[in-house]
Design a protein around this ligand. Structure first.
Ligand code: ZN
Length: 277
């Protein structure tokens, strides 16, 4: 199930599509079903704050999608494990498990569908958006995710490298797929203690993360089972994964059979020859 989790490239693909499709559009009707995805917010409050609003911009922070409305409110969406956010033309049949349906002034409908309901959806005021920004670590594709930043963070921590990369307070937006891909590209074992990484390994890891994410965004993300883009289509990155979900197949670098081990509480794909503990 965790295979469907959207990470930075999938959310960024969604952000770019939404920016093109819905900025300037007004929400004429918001149908909201109460769900645990809303936390303490009621469906009625969400409906009132979303209805009548016009989307003025779309941003992303880590794995969070932020749809900024005119006025002070922002619709926050985190897709959890199985969530999809779909843009449907008028008259298209209903989708199952719709928690939120926003009808736009051009008749199209944005639908948040989630069979398991592990995601998050709510309307935030700008103060709450600022809190979210502060709570998360730097964006890996922004300049503050620098070599010096990583050296400072890794140098004083004995945690496993993989655990640090999955920690959203340290760097925002990475999950199991792209952490495994980046560690393989940098030839670092996921269970290496962070403070044991040499400077050149940290530099290689940083470069690998940036390359892996940019390539995945170019291919519109990775789909295993659940993730679909705004148009209900799968991403194209799955066939290009070098290590993740390739257990039993040969490593592209050395031919050794790829294994799955447990690291940082997660199943982790490694090449035991390229990634030595
Ligand atoms: Zn290898």
């Amino acid at each position: 199930m965790a295979l469907g989790m959207a990470e930075l490239p999938e959310v960024e693909t969604m952000r770019r599509d939404l920016e093109r499709e819905v900025v300037g559009r007004r929400v004429v009707c918001a149908d909201v079903a109460q769900t645990r995805m809303m936390g303490l917010q009621t469906a009625e409050e969400l409906r009132q704050r979303a209805e009548g609003g016009t989307f003025r911009s779309i941003s992303r922070r880590g794995k969070y999608l932020l749809l900024h409305l005119d006025g002070d409110d922002t619709l926050l969406i985190h897709r959890g494990m199985t969530g999809n956010f779909l843009l449907r033309d008028p008259g298209q049949p209903l989708d199952p498990h719709v928690h939120l349906a926003l009808t736009l002034d051009d008749g199209r409908q944005l639908r948040l569908c989630d069979a398991r309901g592990f995601g998050e959806v709510r309307v935030l005021a700008s103060d709450d958006v600022r809190v979210l920004h502060r709570r998360l670590g730097p964006e890996p594709l922004e300049p503050d995710f620098s070599f010096d930043y990583l050296v400072a963070q890794f140098g004083r921590r004995t945690a496993l490298t993989k655990a640090l990369l999955l920690n959203q307070h340290l760097v925002a937006g990475l999950g199991n797929i792209y952490v495994d891909e980046s560690l393989w590209a940098a030839a670092i074992h996921p269970a290496r203690r962070a403070h044991t990484l040499r400077a050149e390994e940290i530099a290689a890891l940083r470069g690998a993360i940036v390359d892996v994410l940019n390539e995945a965004i170019e291919r519109r993300g990775t789909t295993f089972s659940d993730y679909k883009d705004l148009y209900g289509l799968p991403g194209g990155n799955g066939a290009h994964l070098r290590i993740f979900h390739r257990a039993g197949q040969p490593c592209h670098r050395c031919g050794t059979v790829i294994q799955i081990i447990r690291a940082a509480g997660r199943g982790s794909s490694i090449c035991p020859e390229c990634q030595v503990l």
